[in-house]
Design a protein around this ligand. Structure first.
Ligand SMILES: Nc1ncnc2c1ncn2[C@@H]1O[C@H](COP(=O)(O)OP(=O)(O)O)[C@@H](O)[C@H]1O
Ligand SMILES: Cc1cn([C@H]2C[C@H](O)[C@@H](COP(=O)(O)O)O2)c(=O)[nH]c1=O
Ligand SMILES: [Zn+2]
Length: 204
């Protein structure tokens, strides 16, 4: 029976690299894959999965209205799929995760999702919460904090590198906006930022 996998990590842990490697493994054996990524993450051009080490591939784009069940079923009828690979899975809705689970259960297509566990405030993303609840297999990928511990958290920083403790959950960015850290250093940086006196004119 096919499974729904969730490969989760902080930023910079090699999620996109691992996805592209898995895709390559299937395709070099002559098997068909279907790649997806979030349309809102347009750092490298919408509809492209790019890893920091330079690998890249074209992908289908999902947004909150995308019907993943219908799109994958239609593709599978054209060319039988060995698996479906989804990057930026934290941005899936709960209903979309339910559709991915159904693709594994009813269409027998393995679905491999890659994404963040938590946001800059240590809260689960909707897609991650649904995947943690529904996936058959949870696999943690690892990044390293500046202190050498496992980096499980994502610190959002401003242009001067100071922690940002408030804001919208979604803010697209890369190494300029986020630093992967262990929990201890994540908490420490956020506490320092929360206690720092506000700059005069900061709201102007
Ligand atoms: N030039 C490079 N050569 C080898 N590894 C690199 C290079 N640049 C970045 N990396 C590594 O690639 C990883 C980030 O890969 P990526 O797939 O983009 O991460 P994620 O999708 O989890 O944010 C990090 O471990 C980083 O150290
Ligand atoms: C922590 C956090 C991240 N995001 C965004 C920033 C990036 O565009 C993606 C994650 O990219 P990855 O390197 O492929 O893991 O998610 C966000 O919108 N809000 C957050 O709190
Ligand atoms: Zn640390």
């Amino acid at each position: 029976m096919a499974k729904l996998y969730f490969y989760y990590a902080s930023m910079n842990a090699g999620k996109s690299t691992t996805l592209l490697q898995a895709d390559f493994n299937y395709r070099e054996r002559g098997m068909e894959t279907m790649l997806w990524t979030a349309s809102l993450d347009d750092r490298y051009g919408a509809g492209q999965i790019t890893s920091r080490i330079g690998l890249l591939a074209e992908a289908h784009k999902f947004d909150p209205d995308s019907d993943l069940w219908a799109a994958v079923e239609a593709e599978n009828a054209e060319r039988p799929l060995a698996c479906v690979l989804v990057d930026e899975a934290q941005f899936l809705s709960r209903d979309q995760v339910l559709d991915l689970a159904r693709l594994a259960d009813e269409a027998n297509i393995p679905v491999l999702c890659y994404g963040l566990r938590t946001d800059f405030a240590a809260n689960l993303f909707p897609g991650s919460a649904a995947l943690l609840g529904l996936a058959d297999a949870l696999v943690e990928l690892k990044a390293v904090c500046e202190c050498g511990r496992k980096a499980t958290m994502n610190l959002r920083v401003d242009e001067r590198g100071r922690a940002v403790v408030e804001g919208a959950q979604t803010e697209i960015g890369g190494n300029d906006r986020y630093v992967a850290m262990c929990r201890r250093h994540f908490m420490e940086k956020r506490r320092v930022a929360a206690e720092a006196p506000r700059e005069v004119g900061a709201d102007a």
